[in-house]
Design a binder for this molecule. Structure first.
Ligand code: GLN
Ligand code: ZN
Length: 766
């Protein structure tokens, strides 16, 4: 049995590529220096995989920004506005990725979207009627040859397989701006792929990996036709090279038979996220085709359970005589190595495998599977011992509390309509009440204060005094401009998830476990290590202090359980659902403490709720919404009717789950909307959305100050769809990334606009 890696992370263990790219963007280093950095990283990563003895090592999985963008450029799908800048190729590429503003012109970046169900974002290719699809550049061949040189140096006889985003996935992800659609470009796209394959074969490539994660989605007949037409043609023209069709993030139930019948040399399937993969293969696998079985998790950071993998391999051997053990998807989604975690105790480290350690696991598993008595090998037994021992981190009190949760705990009483009346009477807010989403600008002094405290350079008293001063200024400003529901500004938080992770028991933190989120941006998700609980209040003192400064209602600010979980590395030894319940109970305690401390409004952010919806619609309810929505309800069901619960979401594309959002049973929901076409408002109306809503009235991603009239116009448009009694006025999102001057000016305008439209509404009513 051989081993294969689907893809390897590329920014470098110390984020070398990020820092070099950013220097290049700032004009501090020349292109050659950036290219040298990239080449060194590519060579190092290939070498590491070869040295680990991996049999199929990916190449061309490197990217300066994103692999889908690389494919777009290779297919010459470079919109005219970028070409017309007349920049060198790499700069044109970066202009597409990040936008360009300078001597050559002013263009915005292409759109960016989340890569399936991961936290990685790809650049959306844009194809117009006049896009001329043809081969542009030679990146795959150049990187293959570079990798071949490394292989020869290493004296390895492993196979280097160039990786390309497959034509079907490419066409499914592209945005078509004219009349022509995906199918109209299929023949041209196919021809370019055929050209690339033959060039690679000419340079000596034996296998090519075509990534087709779009096959794990729900497929229509038209999708299947497109897929079949692309691959029938491509397989007929492939020449001497072997093709591995690589899928991941789920199973390919909708096209499995077709895939088997097409005659691929290898088929890569995800046995971890693909719930039906094992059954599909059990129902038959084509003879003579290699099965690349994704059994080592490319998305999570826990050690592989060798017994499970061995059992799976033993079963698969009966189905195929060419079995290759692989990662379930690219290792892009996990950090590099545990070696750089200097503070994590060894007995914790034993449970984890980042990318480098997964290479070792693959090699060990290959030896184990090859052995006549695999269960006697030391590597197997050490792994067995790890999984057999009860893992530290179990908290009996948390378990008991979860077990005691009753159905009634998920229901807030009295029901919404009743609460709405009580709250209207309590707060006596004006029509179209104004508020913000929570954070105020994280100016350098705010960050410096936090950093100094972390490093022990200032005392807790000094740290607190500074934050209180900021809170006081923030409250005074909000009062001065006339906002209705105030916030404390979130000066104590680095990040809306990390902050709570650090306060909660059961979380583990890493030093350098970075994962690429997009381009040069990396995130360091906290790890859910054990049962989660809250030892003490996390936010109450800040909110109480802020409330003590004003007679206006203050909004306490929390992150919800689903978002906390979705932005962490989750456990694999208990279901996500159970973990969400634990976090929900911890946040519930905080909600009740805030209420007891006299905080009348509490916002529980669920920015990432939409994000982890399963890829297949049929899985939405049973596998996700059925626990995610209850987890949120549990957080707030214990409050009094007069306490107002807000929630906030960042993606406005939740038109398809509106009933679920309404059943979160918050009193008010604010969401990002200024960049959308407000179609969501129609959908809210169609579904008789009961919750009060605050669609964002201006984009906080830009330093631009929206004029009063622009905000007023947005509000009037909203009022055509939403009754005035249900409408709130707020920015799109938190203001932490903004500067102070534009924030103050924008908020003043926001209040002005609300006052103006409020007066108009009253006029109409008289
Ligand atoms: N309350 C958070 C903030 O204002 C919400 C952030 C978010 O929606 N991403 O920063
Ligand atoms: Zn937001």
């Amino acid at each position: 049995m051989k081993t294969s890696v689907v893809g390897f992370p590329r920014v470098g263990a110390m984020r070398e590529l990020k820092f070099a790219s950013e220097k290049y963007f700032r004009g501090e280093i020349a292109r050659e220096e950036l290219e040298t950095c990239a080449r060194d990283l590519r060579r190092r990563h290939i070498r590491e995989q070869l040295d680990a003895g991996i049999d199929f090592v990916p190449c061309n999985d490197f990217s300066f920004y994103d692999g889908v963008l690389d494919m777009a450029v290779l297919l010459n799908a470079v919109p005219a506005r970028y070409r017309e800048l007349g920049l060198p190729a790499l700069d044109t590429y970066f202009a597409m990725a990040r936008g360009y503003q300078g001597k050559a012109g002013d263009v915005r970046a292409l759109a960016m979207k989340k890569w399936f169900n991961t936290n990685y974002h790809y650049i959306v290719p844009e194809i117009g009627d006049d896009t001329e699809i043809r081969l542009n550049g030679n990146k795959p061949a150049a990187e293959f040859l570079e990798a071949e040189a490394v292989r020869k140096e290493a004296g390895s006889d492993s196979c280097l397989k160039p990786v390309l985003v497959g034509p079907f996935t490419f066409l499914k992800l592209a945005r078509f701006t004219g009349q022509k659609k995906a199918a109209d470009f299929a023949a041209d796209v196919c021809a370019v792929y055929a050209q690339i394959l033959s060039a690679l074969a000419g340079y000596g490539a034996r296998w090519i990996q075509l990534d087709e994660p779009s096959l794990v989605m729900d497929l229509t007949e038209a999708d299947k036709d497109l897929f079949l037409s692309l691959y029938r043609k491509l397989l007929a023209e492939k020449g001497g090279v072997k093709i591995l069709l690589q899928t991941y993030f789920g199973d390919i139930r909708d096209c499995y038979r077709d895939v088997c019948a097409l005659g691929f040399d290898g088929i890569g399937l995800d046995f971890l996220e693909g719930k039906q993969t094992a059954d599909l293969v059990a129902g038959g696998f084509p003879a003579g085709t290699a099965l690349f079985a994704g059994l080592v998790n490319g998305k999570n950071i826990w050690r592989n359970d060798y017994e499970k993998t061995l059992t799976a391999v033993e079963g698969l051997r009966a189905r195929t005589d060419t079995l290759v053990l692989g990662t379930s998807c690219s290792l892009l989604h996990v950090p590099y190595t545990l070696k750089n975690e200097t503070k994590m105790p060894e007995d914790r480290k034993a449970y984890f495998a980042f990318a480098s350690e997964k290479l070792l696991e693959l090699a060990q598993l290959r030896d184990i599977c090859a052995s006549a008595s695999p269960r006697e090998l030391p590597a197997y037994q050490a792994n067995r011992a790890l999984f057999a021992a009860s893992r530290p981190g179990t908290d009996a009190a948390v378990r008991a509390r979860c077990a005691a949760v009753k159905d009634a705990d998920f229901v807030r009483l009295p029901e919404f309509a009743e609460r709405e009346k009580i709250q209207k009477a309590r707060f006596a807010l004006p029509l179209l009440p104004t508020t913000t989403i929570g954070s105020f600008p994280q100016t350098p002094d705010v960050k410096a204060n936090r950093a100094a405290f972390r490093k022990g350079e200032i005392s807790a008293e000094e740290y607190e005094a500074f934050n209180k001063k900021k809170i006081a200024e923030c409250v005074a400003f909000q009062e001065e401009i006339g906002l209705d529901v105030l916030v404390h500004g979130e000066y104590e938080r680095n990040d809306m998830v990390e902050y709570f992770g650090e306060c909660l028991d059961g979380y583990l933190f890493t030093e350098r476990a970075w994962v690429q989120s997009y381009g040069t941006r990396c995130v360091k998700p906290p790890v859910v290590w054990g049962d989660v609980s809250r030892a003490r209040p996390m936010t109450v003192s800040w909110s109480s202090y802020a409330q003590s400064l004003t007679k206006k209602p203050l909004k306490g600010m929390l992150t919800g359980p689903v978002t906390i979980l979705n932005w962490s590395f989750p456990r694999e030894d208990i279901p996500l659902k159970d973990c969400a319940l634990q976090i929900a109970l911890a946040i519930r305690d905080e909600v009740l403490d805030l209420e007891a401390a006299g905080i009348p409004v509490i916002q529980i952010d669920e920015a990432a709720l939409r994000e982890k919806l399963p890829l297949r619609k049929s899985d939405w309810e049973p596998e996700y919404l059925s626990w995610a929505i209850p987890a949120f309800r549990l957080v707030h069901s214990g409050v009094k009717p007069e306490t107002q619960i807000h929630t906030h979401m960042c993606y406005s594309e939740f038109t398809d789950i509106i009933p679920a959002i309404d059943s979160m049973d918050a009193d008010v929901i604010t969401f990002e909307a200024s960049r959308s076409d407000l179609q969501i408002l129609d959908a809210l109306r169609t579904h008789h959305f009961k919750t009060e809503v605050g669609p964002g009235v201006y984009d906080i991603h830009s330093p631009r100050v929206p004029p009063v009239e622009e905000i007023a116009a947005a509000l009037r448009k909203m009022l055509e769809k939403i009754p005035a009694e249900k409408l709130w006025v707020n920015p799109d999102c938190g203001l932490k990334t903004r500067g102070t001057p534009e924030t103050e000016a924008s908020l003043r305008n926001l209040v002005q606009a609300a006052v103006q439209v409020r007066a108009e509404e009253k006029q109409v009513r008289i």
